[in-house]
Design a protein around this ligand. Structure first.
Ligand SMILES: C[S@@+](CC[C@H](N)C(=O)[O-])C[C@H]1O[C@@H](n2cnc3c(N)ncnc32)[C@H](O)[C@@H]1O
Length: 326
């Protein structure tokens, strides 16, 4: 039954939190050994693993040990498509807010802010461990989409590209790998930029990346040819979104482009996962997903003309340029 879908979700997220797949990376292990490594009750852990194994996550061997399966391998921290951090982020931060969905629907208020007395990004600035997990989780959520974004947009006329709210820099890295003529600037809050810096600097594109810590609610320094922001505007209601876009408009070179990467809400009853993501934005982040018309209005209010919408895999790239009268 759909109401009990959370059983499996919680089971998987607990396995992610405990690092079970990491403990099985070198081969099968007995439940008592796993329980010792994870500081768990062996009987309870066995019951969880048996249930997960019944769905193909982990497998019980004939000798009563457990091993990874293809489906549980992605819970390993070192898997290239790892979803471990995503499971941890959802269990720790996102899921507890959804328990208050009814309150959010009744009041229109964001449950996370009501529970913690502050918004998600202010909370993360004060909780470094959760912030690190959040950055990694973002790669799991939309990291696979970076190559489609890098190849869908024609960057040939662009020299410098700023990734605004670029998180751990994984999208900027992929764009720079795809377009060797580009120089990149990673812009995000200071604690985020400092976490991203060592890995990005050590990467093959490291020499072409500059770092700009700051808040997009303040004037943004520099004058890049293009500014890109993926899953940023959907984190905010209209007023702050207009402020972010206006700060980009002020910063970008006069003939430059502001690229907003989001999923545009389709009309009517058309099925689309972004309609559920929109509810998540209400409950968890105090943001919202938008239709094309709503994005067009935001751009206008920020002094940007929405010129084109380019399809890029799961996302759309909304291309804006400073409006003559903006
Ligand atoms: C949903 S995440 C998206 C991260 C990245 N763009 C991606 O696609 O993976 C939102 C990002 O906005 C950043 N952010 C939040 N508030 C900010 C602010 N005031 N100034 C700059 N960045 C901010 C967060 O630190 C986070 O990296």
């Amino acid at each position: 039954m759909i109401s009990h879908g959370f059983w499996k979700a919680q089971g998987l997220m607990v396995a992610a939190e405990l690092g079970i797949a990491d403990h099985l990376a070198d081969g099968p292990a007995t439940v008592s050994l796993l329980a010792e490594k994870c500081a768990c009750d062996a009987g309870a852990l066995y019951r969880l693993l048996r249930a997960l194994a019944s769905d193909g996550f982990f497998e019980e061997t004939e000798s009563g040990a457990f091993r990874n399966t293809d489906d549980s391998e992605v819970l390993r921290s070192d898997h290239p498509q790892s979803v471990r951090a995503l499971g941890m982020m959802v269990r720790r931060l996102e899921y507890p807010t959804w328990v208050h969905l009814l309150d959010s629907i009744k009041t229109g208020k964001t449950a996370f802010n009501e529970i913690h007395g502050k918004g998600l990004f202010d909370y993360l600035a004060e909780h470094p461990e959760e912030a690190d997990i959040f950055d990694q989780a973002m790669t799991a959520v939309h990291g696979q989409e970076s190559p489609a974004i890098a190849s869908a947009y024609d960057f040939s006329a662009t020299t410098s590209l700023m990734d605004v709210g670029g998180g751990n820099g994984t999208m900027l890295k992929v764009i720079l790998e795809t377009h060797p003529h580009l120089q990149g600037i990673l812009f995000d809050l200071p604690h985020v930029v400092e976490r991203a810096r060592p890995t990005l600097t050590a990467s093959p594109v490291g020499q072409r990346v500059a770092y700009q810590p700051g808040s997009f609610f303040d004037p943004i320094p520099g004058s890049p040819d293009a500014m890109i922001m993926r899953q940023i505007i959907h984190d905010w209601t209209d007023e702050p979104s207009i402020q972010i876009l206006r700060n980009c408009r002020e910063a970008v070179a006069p003939e430059g482009k502001v690229l907003v990467v989001e999923q545009v809400v389709p009309d009517g009853n058309t099925p689309h996962p972004v309609k559920w993501l929109d509810v998540d934005m209400l409950v968890y982040v105090n943001g919202q997903e938008r239709t094309e018309q709503e994005y067009r209005q935001l751009f206008e209010k920020a002094g940007l003309a929405l010129e084109r919408i380019i399809s890029a895999g799961r996302f759309e790239i909304l291309e804006g340029k400073p409006a003559a009268d903006g």
